[in-house]
Every structure is written in structure tokens, then in C-alpha cells.
Design a protein around this ligand. Structure first.
Ligand code: CIR
Length: 261
């Protein structure tokens, strides 16, 4: 039997259907109100794609009180040893972890939580070697220190990095493609944080393509970035493009929409 690589080979995922309140979701710049019907169609495509790899998807109901609740990734970090509930940096999102707690408790024997400071799952990139955590407007030193104290005894090295200025989350600009390879914007790679990895850059003008997910044999990427999609295919990755126009209005992308374990 071959061992799964737990950084990109998963048997389960958790998603949450978008609520009608999605129109109130947080955004750095207002480029338009998301259309719920389009987002529901995109979300269904996303969930079906995860399932097509044989994974079980736990689909949670919409949360009207939490417009950004569809972006479940920010609520937790899922590792083979246990799950860690985050402490989101946006005040309007803090209660989302309370909603996620019982779902994760049912899946994990060991569940911890960040109790001080702030940390968003979107700032965390797990590779086979280390856990990168980007300091950002949403993730601070106190949150990172507490996360380090949790994952260190589990045998994970936490590497603190900096989320580029003007970028919401560390993973808005990068994603893991396999055990050694990272897809990154040029601006993030230039910070030197991925020295020692194989790095593939998003094509010029396609920075928003950096937030993809490797999920089993597939790479789910936002549609509309043809040069990056072709580059990934030429490098041997099996790419599925998913419309992300509505989530993009709220600074969300492929990773934000699921917890994977
Ligand atoms: C927010 O500002 O929190 C949401 N509108 C977008 C969250 C995206 N999540 C992610 O990148 N992990």
C-alpha cells in the first residue's frame, strides 16, 4: 500500500454553501456585488470536482449571519495529527469558528484552538517540509506564536513569512502543486521565502491565478488565466478551471472554499 502525502492527497473536504448574505461579504475594493446564483453554480462545480477524485465532501448549510462563511478555509488548519481552530482577524468573521467547531470535533480526536491574537487559515501553506504562516492584516504575532506551540509538538516546523502588502492572505499569492513544487506570483517568490523549492510562477498579468488547490490528482484553478493554465498543463498537472468571478469580488479563491484532510 502506498502512503498518502497528506499535504495534497485527501480523503475528505468540508465546504459551506454560500448564503444570500454573500452580497455583504468583506472586500478590499468594491468591484461589484457578487451574484448569488452564479456563485451557487460555481460552488456546485467546485464541490463536484472535489468529489470526482473520490473524496467525501461534507457540505454545510449556508450561514446567513456570516456573509463570508463560504470561505471555510479561514476557520481552521487541518493536519494529520489534529485540527486547530483559527481566530479570524476580521471581527465579522470570528463567530464562524464556533459554527465549525462541532463539525471538526466529529472528524478529529484532537482539536485545539487559537485563543489569543489572530490567525486566518488563508495565511497558512502546508508543505511536506514545513508550515508557512504569513503575517498579514489578519494574522498577527500572538496568533502565530500560539499556533507554533500547538504544531511544534506534532512535529511540524512553523516558518513565519510575510504576506505581501496589499495582498489579503499569504495563499492569495501561492499554492502547493506537489511535494516539492509551489505555484507563486513573482512578487512573492522574489521575497525569497520559497528558496529550496521548485517554484512555478503565474504568468505576467495573472497574479490572481496563484490561489489554486492541488486536490488528489487535480489542480483546481480559477478560470480566465489561460497562460498559467497552459503552463501548468505543460508541467504535467491535470487542471480543472472553475469560474471564480463572484468569489473574486470578495477576494476569495479556490483554497478559501474548503478545508481538506
Ligand atoms: C474576507 O475578506 O475575509 C473574505 N471576503 C475573503 C476570504 C478569502 N479567504 C481566503 O483567502 N482563505
Amino acid at each position: 500500500m502506498t502512503m498518502k502525502n497528506p499535504t495534497y492527497e485527501f480523503s475528505r473536504a468540508i465546504t459551506r454553501r454560500p448564503s444570500a448574505s454573500i452580497t455583504e461579504g468583506l472586500r478590499a475594493t468594491d468591484i461589484g456585488t457578487p451574484d448569488l446564483d452564479q456563485m451557487l453554480r460555481d460552488h456546485a462545480h467546485y464541490v463536484a470536482t472535489l468529489k470526482s477524485t473520490g473524496a467525501e465532501v461534507i457540505e454545510l448549510d449556508p450561514l446567513a449571519d456570516y456573509p463570508d462563511g463560504v470561505f471555510v478555509e479561514d476557520t481552521a488548519l487541518c493536519l494529520p495529527q489534529g485540527a486547530v481552530l483559527m481566530r479570524p482577524g476580521a471581527p465579522s468573521r470570528m463567530g464562524e469558528t464556533v459554527e465549525m467547531a462541532p463539525v471538526l470535533r466529529a472528524c478529529y480526536d484532537d482539536m485545539r484552538e487559537i485563543s489569543k491574537g489572530h490567525a486566518d487559515g488563508g495565511d497558512i501553506l502546508v508543505t511536506p517540509r514545513e508550515i508557512f504562516v504569513g503575517r498579514s492584516d489578519r494574522t498577527d504575532a500572538m496568533g502565530i506564536a500560539e499556533l507554533r506551540a500547538i504544531v511544534d509538538p506534532w512535529g511540524h516546523k512553523l516558518t513565519e513569512v510575510v504576506t505581501p502588502n496589499g495582498v489579503l492572505h499569504f495563499k492569495s499569492d501561492c499554492s502547493l502543486l506537489d511535494g516539492e513544487t509551489i505555484l507563486s506570483t513573482k512578487r512573492l517568490e522574489d521575497s525569497g521565502c520559497f528558496d529550496g523549492y521548485n517554484v512555478l510562477n503565474t504568468a505576467a498579468g495573472e497574479d490572481a491565478a496563484a490561489n489554486t488547490i492541488r486536490f488528489n490528482e487535480l489542480v483546481l484553478m480559477p478560470a480566465g488565466f489561460p497562460k498559467t493554465a497552459t503552463m501548468l498543463q505543460e508541467n504535467g498537472y491535470k487542471v480543472v478551471e472553475i469560474n471564480n468571478s463572484e468569489c473574486a469580488k470578495l477576494d476569495g479563491g479556490m483554497s478559501c472554499l474548503s478545508l481538506r484532510f
